[in-house]
Ligand binder design. Structure first.
Ligand code: P6P
Length: 353
């Protein structure tokens, strides 16, 4: 009856978070309500992404494009509106998250990758949390069916005055929770509220995220490096040296494998589960790299540290960055503890020269 017990004792994400929150006697369930609205957004995006992917793959009638399978000819289809589909979904996802978070009555300031300015919630609906998020990161990959994701980080408001932009220009080490939802062959939400990292898989038949990966720990060392080698000519010395070592190890160890999806959630998720290192370094063209501090670097760095890994900017611990602008970028090296230590040593050596 072991299996039955497992099937009937469903550890949903809501139940899991309620358990976590019950450790704080003063908690009034606000975080659980906030999280249930983030989960609602993720469920919506999961459904919408799958619909769009299906629409792009469905057969249709356009021009003479045909493809054959086992000798049969099928009408192909070129969606002229690939870009349109993707753009719509970016905006749609953002809309759903903003509306869900505002209507939760638990937030005061929102920062979204999709909105130039922060959203300040009207006083009657304000709550004690500030949420920074990328509603659909990597969305340029929708058209080819590559996994994409939502990334979010949560701060608490330490005062009851009018909220200001300062409430979200805080170092990542003040985040109270962070997570991502990956929309791939399955829909998986990875979350940390500061007591480890836990993975929940959406059971579409229930419409519930069920705990499937309790207490994820990243291996101390991995044999995968993940970087866009196309930028190699613009890298600085330490990054160049590190990648060289991955490909031509001096100590006779086997070369590392290169895995690069180009969708941060997919690359970080693989790094978290298999170990290794993900790099988006600075380069001559973009001295602060490409990834955004608030809603890409901080949440992933938070998760990596909670899973026993680490995250480094080339100069300091990523979570110790203090952003000056809400869409600020930073170089990032994150993943297995020992792998990141290696690149830290190369940057330290450069510093001392
Ligand atoms: P590049 C996607 O556009 C994204 O923001 C991240 O999801 C991803 O890690 C990165 O950019 C990929 O950038 O320059 O390698 O295509």
């Amino acid at each position: 009856h072991e299996a039955d017990a497992y099937r009937t004792d469903l550890m949903t994400i809501t139940r899991f978070v309620l358990n976590e929150q019950s450790k704080y006697p003063e908690s009034r369930g606000d975080f659980t309500i906030l999280l249930s609205n983030i989960v609602l957004g993720c469920k919506f995006v999961c459904s919408a992404v799958n619909k769009v992917t299906f629409r792009i793959l469905k057969l249709g009638w356009f021009g003479q494009a045909y493809w054959t399978c086992r000798g049969h000819k099928y009408p192909g289809m070129l969606i002229m509106s690939f870009g349109e589909e993707q753009k719509k979904l970016d905006v749609l996802s953002n809309d759903v998250f903003v509306k869900a978070l505002v209507s939760s009555g638990r937030t005061s300031v929102l920062v979204s990758e999709e909105d130039e300015e922060a959203t300040f919630v009207e006083s009657s609906k304000r709550g004690k949390y500030c949420v920074v998020f990328d509603p659909l990161d990597g969305s340029s990959n929708i058209d080819c069916g590559v996994s994409i994701g939502t990334i979010f980080g949560i701060y608490t408001m330490e005062h009851s005055d009018e909220p200001t932009i300062e409430d979200v220009l805080k170092p990542g080490n003040e985040m109270v929770a962070a997570g991502y939802c990956m929309y791939g062959s399955s829909c998986m939400l990875v979350l940390s509220t500061g007591t480890g990292v836990h993975g929940f898989t959406l059971d579409p038949s229930l419409g519930e995220f069920i705990l499937t990966h309790p207490d994820i720990k990243i291996p101390n060392k991995g044999n995968i490096y993940s970087v866009n080698e196309g930028n190699a000519q613009n890298w600085d010395g330490p990054t160049t040296k590190y990648v060289e070592r991955c490909k031509y190890p001096k100590d006779g160890s086997p070369a590392k494998s290169l895995r690069y999806v180009g969708s941060m959630v997919a690359d970080v998720h693989r790094t978290l589960l298999y170990g290794g290192i993900f790099l988006y370094p600075a380069d001559k063209k973009s001295p602060n790299g490409k990834l955004r501090v608030l809603y890409e670097v901080f949440p992933m760095a938070f998760l990596m540290e909670q899973a026993g890994g680490q995250a480094f900017t080339g100069k300091k611990r990523a979570l110790d960055l203090v952003p000056k602008k809400i869409h600020e970028r930073s170089p990032i090296f994150l993943g297995s503890y020992d792998d990141v230590e290696e690149i830290k040593a190369l940057y330290a050596a450069e510093e001392n020269n």
